[in-house]
Design a protein around this ligand. Structure first.
Ligand SMILES: [Zn+2]
Length: 168
């Protein structure tokens, strides 16, 4: 019974018949045919566009392929003798006047003796402690020598941070 009530309640809204569109539809359907017939040339143009598939611009085949650059080893500019520190550097030997990579050697210098003396004064009288500075390269002077002529070029002093040129 309840379903019948619902049907009766819902049907009245759907009952009104649609207005007679059939005549109007037939009248409206006719003009579009005319418009399509008029626009047919345009549609042909648009239909031709799909054939214009995008293609990348033609590459110039005559462009010469760049040759691979030769490996160029940039020579490090030689370091002046007064700029030498504790590491091997490329410098010009004052004896043989050649650009060489200096070979370094550590030698006890003023800083080494001063540190050892300081440890002695501070009461660390055991000999082992006083000799420690002689085993630490960071407390020694750095001597740069030429690997070609074997002569000493310069000495970097730890105590004052200066470079002393060896003249022979
Ligand atoms: Zn040399």
């Amino acid at each position: 019974m309840s379903t019948n009530k619902r049907d009766n309640f819902s049907n009245p809204g759907l009952d009104p018949p649609p207005p007679p569109y059939s005549s109007s539809e037939s009248s409206q359907s006719a003009p579009p045919n005319e418009s399509t017939s008029l626009r047919s040339p345009n549609t042909k143009l648009y239909s031709a566009t799909p054939n214009l598939i995008y293609s990348p611009p033609p590459l110039e085949q005559n462009v010469p392929i760049p040759k691979p650059l030769p490996c160029i080893f940039v020579e490090q500019s030689p370091v002046l003798l007064q700029d030498l520190r504790t590491e091997p550097c490329i410098t010009s030997c004052p004896h043989c006047n050649q650009i060489v990579l200096s070979s370094t050697k550590y030698k006890s210098g003023s800083a080494t003796y001063l540190t050892s003396l300081t440890l002695l004064v501070l009461g660390l009288t055991s000999w082992g402690c006083c000799l420690i500075p002689f085993c630490v390269n960071n407390l020694k002077d750095c001597i740069h020598s030429c690997p070609k002529c074997g002569k000493i070029m310069a000495k970097y002093s730890r105590i004052d941070g200066k470079v002393y040129k060896e003249r022979e």
